[in-house]
Design a protein around this ligand. Structure first.
Ligand code: SF4
Length: 736
């Protein structure tokens, strides 16, 4: 059925499609043109699968490709000799990627073994090839820099990456704290032990026997020995209050449950599933935290023998939750909350706001498989509002929390920022779009989340309040693709109907992302090639023009079917308008991130105008000075004037008259050395022709030839009796 022009326009304006037409991208399994080359991700080297490296706090997450590159660099010989090794190892990488895409679970070493077995047992390998492959893979394996769980880009990826990085950071910090604790405990115990050794208790026969050990038991009479020892007076021992204080500190530090493996019996857990739980655990543990901090401080004073009861008793009696500083709170392990949009009820909303407004060490991963607000989707996409963007904006506006918004496809690229947020003191929000809702897209989650990132539907935002006090220091959108543009633009190559290769630069917009979501299928209609017309314009063009320019036109995007055939897919006005709104939102983010900032641009324009006015004023003054000097000495070349004035003068000089563009002279001495009487410097040390009669036309032409700035113009000879004038005039021609 042919789509008429008016039907096209009706669809664009109202969404009403010709009767019976089932030509939306979801039904036809179309993919945005710029994504079509990536449909089979197993054939493309990209960040996934990731490896959650064991025992690595510095680089907890690596990409499989990165690891393979590092191995190749370490073991593959350079040049052609290493070619087979490179081919074998890249083949292994592809096989591991294929296994991971089929949901194979395991560590890198486990999947490495499976992939290597698959390759070695493949049909068609000669014995020699199999032997070389086995040798190369064995060599590569010995260079494997570590091991860890392999992770595909799916709905588990954000929580797995965050939790792995958080555990690595926590384990490293715990090791340091436990070492310090051990030292404190040894010193505190030492004080008590020394005191005991001086006590009468330690001088009793049983205690002496225990001290000497069983080897000498029969050699000594411990009763006699005990009697012979002088008695210790109470004043020489630790005062009772001090002893009790040290014993209490020791007992608190020994029984603390904050630092240690969560596998230790009774150790506190810090990984929770909701903001409400994190807050209630934090509050419940506050008294323990207060006791712990007090014990640490008392221990420090006692070890230095600096505890003064008259001064410190009052201080520690009053020490409570309010006495804990941000540093004190930050010295405890942070809480990790992994939740998704389904857990985001009213109680958790309130708890999240409380956390983000505080200085509490609570790190929240908010993972969503949904970019658009539910009501927007239910209404057929009319509103297209992204509430998850609102979440990051709300968190940033509160000012004190670290905020990272990104997509599952960007987790590896943003791994340093993830570590920064997990390590910083205070709260952090990681808002991640996983792209994993298989019901709404036929593309893999990696592509859906990459599409959300590319289309500005879910841009990557980084807000780090500890980096400074202004937006320039705190906020960045630099991690987005082509952040300086409104929409990223990429080259799309295809063959037209005449089998000619065509290259087109096309923008990837919000509309391309919406086209991957079956819930918005009503806003899209594929038009057969035979019906393509001038009434259809590329969406990028439509978005750049205003309403009047595009009146009567219908915007389209390019999409590709599974059969690799190119489609023009027209879109409704509502869909196109959504792109305009997201464009406006992206411009705001750009401004905050210092890109095309309207204040900065306006300031720059004002400064430019001031500069131009001042420059014009200077030029006017110089011109008027020049006018006076010219009036006083009309035959002499002008000196020290501005270039523009000189150019005006030059235009008036006849090409027959020898002259120098004095204001451009760089004082290189070439001409003045040749004839210091004919060429002289003015007060500005710039050359002018002082006396033609003091030299020859040959010297003038030669000076013109050596002048690197070509500012000497020889004119015509002034002495017609000079030899070889014809040849000299020819040489002078380029400088006239
Ligand atoms: S050769 Fe040219 S640049 Fe050098 S001093 Fe002479 S005029 Fe100036």
């Amino acid at each position: 059925m042919k789509t008429e022009a008016n039907e096209l326009l009706t669809f664009h304006l109202t969404g009403e499609r010709p009767e019976g037409a089932k030509n939306d991208p979801a039904t036809l399994k179309l993919c945005p043109a710029l994504l079509s080359g990536y449909r089979d991700l197993t054939r493309i080297r990209h960040d996934y699968p990731l490896v959650l490296v064991d025992g690595q706090a510095e680089q907890p997450v690596r990409s499989l490709s990165g690891i393979v590159n590092a191995i190749l660099q370490a073991v593959a010989p350079r040049g052609i000799t290493g070619e087979r090794m490179r081919k074998n190892l890249l083949g292994l990488e592809g096989e591991i990627r294929a296994l991971a895409s089929r949901q194979a679970q395991g560590s890198l070493s486990e999947l490495w073994t499976r992939a290597a077995d698959n390759l070695l047992s493949a049909d068609g390998l000669s014995a020699e090839e199999r032997k070389a492959l086995e040798k190369n893979l064995g060599r590569a394996r010995s260079a494997l820099p570590g091991d860890g769980q392999l992770l595909g880009c799916d709905e588990d990826a954000p929580a797995a990456v965050l939790a792995h990085a958080w555990r690595g950071i926590r384990a490293k910090r715990d090791r340091g704290v436990k070492k310090e604790l051990r030292e404190l405990l040894i010193k505190l115990s030492g004080i008590l032990k020394n005191d005991y050794m001086r006590s009468n208790e330690a001088r009793k026969p049983e205690a002496l026997r225990a001290t000497m050990g069983s080897s000498f038991e029969d050699e000594f009479d411990f009763k006699v020995m005990s009697k012979g020892l002088p008695k210790v007076k109470a004043k020489d021992l630790l005062p009772k209050k001090r002893r009790e204080r040290i014993e209490l500190a020791l007992s608190i530090l020994e029984s603390q449950k904050f630092f240690g493996s969560e596998r230790d019996e009774g150790a506190h857990s810090f990984e929770v599933g909701s903001c409400t739980e994190a807050l209630s655990l934090f509050r419940a543990r506050l008294p323990e935290m207060v006791d712990f901090v007090k014990a640490i401080r008392v221990a420090g004073l006692e070890i230095e023998n600096a505890y003064r009861e008259e001064k410190h008793d009052g201080y520690f009696d009053q020490f409570d939750e309010d006495s804990l500083s941000a540093d004190d709170v930050g010295s405890f392990p942070s809480y990790l909350v992994c939740m998704n949009d389904k857990d985001y009820d009213d109680a958790n909303k309130a708890a999240l706001i409380e956390i983000l407004s505080s200085q509490l060490p609570i790190k929240v991963l908010f993972q969503t498989s949904e970019v658009f607000e539910n009501s927007s989707v239910k209404n057929g996409g009319g509103a297209f509002s992204g509430w998850n963007l609102g979440l990051a904006n709300m968190a940033m506006s509160l000012g004190s929390a670290f905020v990272l918004q990104t997509t599952g496809s960007n987790l590896y690229q943003m791994s340093e920022s993830i570590s920064e947020g997990l390590m910083c003191q205070g709260p952090a929000l990681f808002s991640v779009f996983s792209g994993s809702d298989a019901e709404v897209s036929n593309l893999p989650p990696y592509l859906v989340s990459a599409s959300a990132s590319q289309s500005r539907a879910f841009p990557t935002l980084l807000y780090s309040p500890r980096n400074g006090n202004d937006w320039a220091s705190r906020f960045s959108v630099d991690a987005n693709p082509q952040p300086e543009r409104i929409w990223p633009v990429n080259e799309f190559l295809y063959q037209d109907e005449d089998i000619q290769r065509v290259s087109e630069e096309i923008a990837f917009t919000l509309v391309d992302h919406l086209a991957t979501d079956s819930r918005f299928a009503n806003g899209f209609m594929s038009v057969p090639r035979s019906e393509w017309s001038d009434q259809m314009i590329p969406l990028g063009e439509y978005l750049q023009g205003d309403e009047t320019q595009s009146q009567g036109k219908v915007p389209y995007i390019l999409m590709v079917g599974e059969d690799n055939v190119l489609h023009r897919v027209v879109v409704t006005r509502a869909v196109a308008q959504a792109a305009k709104r997201y464009e406006s939102a992206w411009r705001n983010l750009q401004e905050l991130g210092g890109i095309n900032n309207s204040h900065a641009l306006r300031l720059l324009e004002r400064e430019k105008q001031i500069w131009e006015e001042e420059k014009q004023k200077e030029l006017d003054e110089l011109r008027s000075q020049l006018g006076e000097e010219s009036a006083a000495a009309p035959a002499a070349p002008a000196v020290g004037e501005v270039e523009a004035e000189a150019e005006a003068e030059v235009e008036e000089i006849s090409p027959d008259t020898p002259y120098i563009e004095t204001v451009r002279c760089s004082t290189c001495n070439e001409c003045t050395d040749r004839n210091p009487k004919m060429f002289m410097y003015n007060d500005n040390k710039q050359a002018y022709i002082a006396d033609l009669e003091a030299g020859t036309y040959r010297q003038m032409v030669e000076a013109a030839e050596v002048c690197k700035l070509a500012i000497i113009h020889p004119g015509k000879p002034w002495n017609l009796n000079e030899k070889n004038l014809e040849e000299l005039m020819k040489r002078a021609e380029p400088f006239l």
